[in-house]
Design a protein. Structure first.
Ligand code: PMM
Length: 275
């Protein structure tokens, strides 16, 4: 059986991410933030230098590398497990050389035709997230007959192309990509059909943290800003941890780490009850 759900803590070294853009752009601020996430229970530190919020403009790989490589090197030297959140093969390659242990690609390889080769060569675990279009165009592409079957079919296609490029299926971690070319109803439908994603037999990562669909279920005065959605995020983590999903990607580590502890204690008590 799979182990407990892992916490991937978000370190956005960007001026424009939707919930924390600009807060950790200075390297010292990013490192301090990463250290706090680790202290709060993050198992993996996910360092990204390009915002993917809807409508975000692309940055070139050189700027992205400038933002993230020093931070990744430092965190890896300190012994942390680091992932790099990038859609660029050049950045992914440089990040792995700097010590990143995982590549997290919100485009699942669609944004850069070289990504499959880099993942095959480096052999690192690779998060294949579902998206359509680009952050600039994705809002207009959130049309599905059935979101679950279509997202799974598109992820399978990504997987086939990656395997053809030499990537081992065991390297792949799938992510349904909540909010990426998906509206709130699509996100909830995916969460209600996780067994269909689990049936693919690969590890699953889910990124619900602070996303807008969570604002719709809590009163408006609570959900004013993304930072006020951390309780709702932790509730999602608890439900995902109940399924022992491989990982959750979150802005605040402690609430999710506690939610996972609760799910594990509950499970242990159930096992005692079964005897
Ligand atoms: N969401 C964002 C960025 N990267 N990566 C994965 N694997 N899954 C996600 O859901 C995901 C991601 C957008 O959130 P952010 O701008 O706050 O980081």
């Amino acid at each position: 059986m799979a182990g407990r759900t892992l916490v991937m803590g978000i370190v956005n070294v960007t001026p424009d991410s939707f919930s924390d853009g600009g807060r950790w752009l200075a390297p010292e601020a990013a490192l301090a933030h990463a250290h706090r996430l680790a202290h709060d229970g993050a198992d993996i530190l996910d360092v990204g230098g390009e915002s993917t919020r809807p409508g975000a403009r692309r940055v070139d790989a050189a700027t992205e590398c400038d933002r993230v490589l020093g931070i990744i090197r430092e965190l890896a030297l300190e012994g942390h497990t680091v992932s790099v959140d990038t859609v660029n093969a050049v950045t992914a390659h440089a990040a792995v050389a700097a010590g990143a242990a995982i590549v997290n690609d919100v485009s699942g390889g669609l944004a850069d035709p070289d990504m499959g080769r880099v993942i095959a060569e480096t052999g690192v675990p690779y998060v294949v997230q579902h998206w359509r279009g680009t952050p600039e165009t994705m809002a207009g592409l959130a049309t599905y007959g059935d979101v679950v079957t279509e997202v799974i079919a598109e992820l399978r296609q990504r997987l086939d192309e990656l395997v053809a490029a030499g990537v081992g299926p065991e390297q792949v971690i799938l992510d349904p990509g909540l909010g990426f070319a998906k509206d709130a109803a699509h996100n909830w439908r995916i969460l209600a059909h996780l067994e269909a994603f689990e049936a693919l037999g690969l590890r699953l990562l889910v990124g619900a943290s602070r996303k807008r669909f969570l604002a719709d279920v809590v009163p408006p005065e609570v959900s004013r800003s993304p930072g006020e959605r951390d309780h709702a995020t932790a509730a999602v983590t608890a439900l995902l941890a109940r399924r022992r999903i491989w990982g959750v990607r979150v802005h605040e580590a402690r609430p999710s780490r506690d939610a996972i502890r609760v799910a594990e204690a509950w499970r242990a008590a159930e096992e005692v009850r079964r005897g």
